[in-house]
Write a protein that binds this ligand. Structure first.
Ligand code: SF4
Length: 335
């Protein structure tokens, strides 16, 4: 066989890992591309070296972790092919990621691209007609190889040119997971996440919150999207949001995500959550925020609770006395 080099889109799930391994097992050099956005893979941000090392140690794959958040937000605002069941723009997402991979081919001296897609596995993005659209619109026709279902697809250039042995590619279709599990077993792959577990845009509750926010604020930023993923959310008025941490890690995360102009609140001297108030508000709004924060603290049954607040990055130096909010008061404010 001719020597070759491929770029493989690694989602972090089993299928793309199997597809990558199938090509590597043919003696072809493969570089994994792992794209991250605030909706998938973002926990790797700042930890790229550790994850690369992990993939190399576990699977022998050299990987690039690439943050495409800004461009992704633009796509999410107005996807040409619409959304799936939740807020997932799967067809546009694939077109975008495959285009990015295609753009990297020259620099990485790659002959072709690899994807772990399986014909018929997903209702929207893995139908044959959609797969063709994705190839056409991403400019990857002829050099996007899907090793798991390749025997059902037209031979790609890598097969025709003798870089890849088509006989060793597979013919998996449909939604079942059994063939993939068996293949993983044969390949000795034990560490992999549950299927489709990685994209928040397919999580009904989270996707709904994100959709609602985008409808109100089409220019939503990365920071705002990350904030939507933490704690309990309340909308106090059109552009005032309160986020209340549910656990210590969430309180810490809120602290990290707070920015100039935000107000942070917490109950004084009694264990309780951190509240992050964003948007211009008056004394009444601040009091309401304090009463919600108090409701989720150990002082929730007291009549009068002392809450301290301050600007993000500054001390909690201003006191406020509130009565913890009742369920009726907050029911209509949940976001
Ligand atoms: S599930 Fe999420 S990551 Fe996967 S194609 Fe759809 S939008 Fe993209």
């Amino acid at each position: 066989m001719k020597k070759g080099r491929a770029l493989s889109l690694l989602s972090g799930g089993l299928d793309s890992l199997l597809a990558t391994r199938l090509i590597m097992d043919q003696g072809i050099e493969v570089v994994g591309l792992h794209f991250i956005t605030p909706f998938f893979g973002y926990q790797k941000k700042g930890q790229e070296a550790r994850y690369r090392e992990r993939w190399r140690a576990l699977h022998g794959i050299d990987t690039r972790i690439i943050d495409v958040s800004d461009e992704y937000l633009r796509i999410l605002r107005n996807p040409r092919y619409g959304y799936g069941k939740n807020f997932n723009p799967c067809v546009d997402c694939k077109i975008f990621l495959f285009s990015r991979a295609r753009d990297m081919m020259a620099e990485e001296k790659a002959d072709f691209l690899v994807s772990g897609e399986v014909l018929g596995q997903r209702p929207m993005s893995q139908r044959r007609d959609t797969m063709r659209i994705v190839e056409r619109d991403s400019g990857t026709e002829g050099f996007l190889l899907r090793p798991l279902c390749a025997r059902f697809m037209k031979p790609t250039r890598a097969e025709l040119e003798g870089i890849v042995d088509r006989e060793k590619l597979l013919a998996i279709t449909g939604r079942g997971r059994k063939p993939q599990m068996e293949l993983a077993e044969r390949m000795g792959i034990r560490h992999y996440p549950a299927p489709a577990g990685g994209c928040l845009l397919t999580d009904p509750e989270m996707a709904e919150r994100i959709r609602k926010f985008f409808n109100q604020s089409p220019q939503a930023t990365i920071n705002e999207v990350l904030l939507l993923q933490v704690g309990r959310h309340f909308q106090l008025s059109e552009d005032v949001h309160l986020v209340v941490g549910r656990r210590e890690e969430e309180n810490e995360r809120l602290m990290e995500l707070s920015r100039e102009g935000d107000t942070l609140l917490r109950v004084h001297g009694i264990p309780g959550p951190l509240g992050l108030l964003r948007g211009r508000t008056d004394a009444e709004g601040l009091r309401l925020a304090g009463s919600i924060v108090a409701r989720y603290s150990k002082a929730k049954d007291q009549d009068r609770v002392e809450v301290h607040y301050g600007e993000a990055g500054e001390a909690f130096s201003s006191p406020l006395f509130v009565t913890p909010a009742s369920e009726e008061q907050i029911a209509g404010l949940r976001f």
